[in-house]
Ligand binder design. Structure first.
Ligand SMILES: Nc1ncnc2c1ncn2[C@@H]1O[C@H](COP(=O)(O)OP(=O)(O)OP(=O)(O)O)[C@@H](O)[C@H]1O
Length: 300
């Protein structure tokens, strides 16, 4: 388990991470989502021990991670701005990781390189962006670490490769309890694969929850009301996060369990109403809008 408490990190006057507390459990996929500049990459670097927090504690399976080779050996980090040696080949990467990760599975690496069609002797500088990401994923999987951090790794892969990598993650989770931590802007992708999601906004964590549980407690209500006064009653009785309307059709995002929301709607008895589930993308937009990150303000 990775536990972090009250961690903060500043770059000059920019508070990249501001007093964040959360944890990442084992054996399931944790998705890290957030607005641009929210601090996702910074949080990942802190959790992997690449950077030291200004304050707060980070424990990987009970051990501090920064400057601690034994905790770091349990983590493989695929950064979004990948660095490869000049003139280096995948074979050079293999030798480097074999030295650093004692459990590195060389047979699996060779097998995956073959299956993904990557040439171990070719200069990495001649690889496409997607091929470099594939190489990192293969190294990350074969390092056999307990935790695998992927910073926007999926975003550079084509749809077939994304499916292949997801299938590899699922296999590794089942076979050896791998815990992938994935930061991505592709929420549809994360929705398919993640069980837990953390939402960062302006350096702070807005929530860190089980995705299915989260979906049980946030709903989209579409309704047509008899008169305007009913809208106020609805706002008074439900925890409304966002509201918009197109003509007579009003759409609310509300917090609360389905039965409670339905009971209020039944009592108010509008002309028509319907409760719909929210996608992760809609939850993201609603939660960040509540915090002042309003999509309409960006567009109009
Ligand atoms: N090395 C650095 N020096 C100065 N400022 C930095 C540095 N790294 C990050 N920041 C700042 O910290 C904040 C968080 O950046 P970070 O890259 O962690 O966000 P992010 O959520 O990964 O963003 P994005 O989704 O746009 O990739 C930003 O304001 C960024 O400008």
């Amino acid at each position: 388990m990775i536990e972090f408490q009250n961690i903060s990190k500043c770059f000059d006057r920019v508070k990249a991470i501001d007093n964040v507390t959360a944890s990442i459990g084992e054996g399931h996929v944790f998705g890290l989502i957030g607005t641009n500049g929210a601090g996702k990459s910074t949080l990942m670097r802190l959790l992997c021990g690449v950077m030291k927090p200004d304050k707060g504690t980070i424990l990987v399976d009970g051990e501090p991670v920064y400057d601690n080779p034994s905790a770091k050996a349990r983590i493989f980090y695929i950064s979004d701005d990948q660095y490869f040696f000049r003139s280096g080949t995948p074979g050079d990467m293999l030798r480097l990781y074999q030295t650093y990760y004692p459990g590195f599975d060389t047979d699996k690496w060779k097998d995956m390189m073959g299956k993904f069609g990557l040439d171990a002797g070719r200069k990495i500088s001649t690889f496409s962006k997607g091929m470099k990401k594939q190489l990192s994923v293969i190294c990350g999987i074969c390092a056999n670490t307990k935790y695998l951090f992927c910073d926007e790794t999926f975003d550079g892969l084509d749809p077939v490769m994304r499916q292949a990598v997801k299938a590899v993650f699922v296999r590794e989770m089942e076979e050896r309890g791998l815990t992938p931590v994935i930061a991505s802007h592709n929420l549809r992708e994360l929705e398919d694969i993640c069980e837990y999601v953390g939402l960062l906004h302006r350096g702070g964590i807005l929530f860190e929850k089980d995705l299915d549980e989260m979906k049980l407690n946030i709903h989209k209500v579409q309704c047509v009301v008899k008169e305007e006064s009913m809208l106020q009653q609805l706002k008074d009785r439900l925890e409304v996060m966002t509201m918009e309307n197109r003509g007579a059709l009003y759409t609310f995002t509300v917090r609360g369990n389905r039965d409670g929301v339905e009971a209020v709607m039944e009592q108010l008895s509008p002309v028509f109403y319907e409760l719909l589930p929210l996608s992760l993308e809609e939850i993201f937009i609603s939660e960040t809008e509540v915090k002042g990150y309003d999509i309409k303000a960006l567009i109009f």
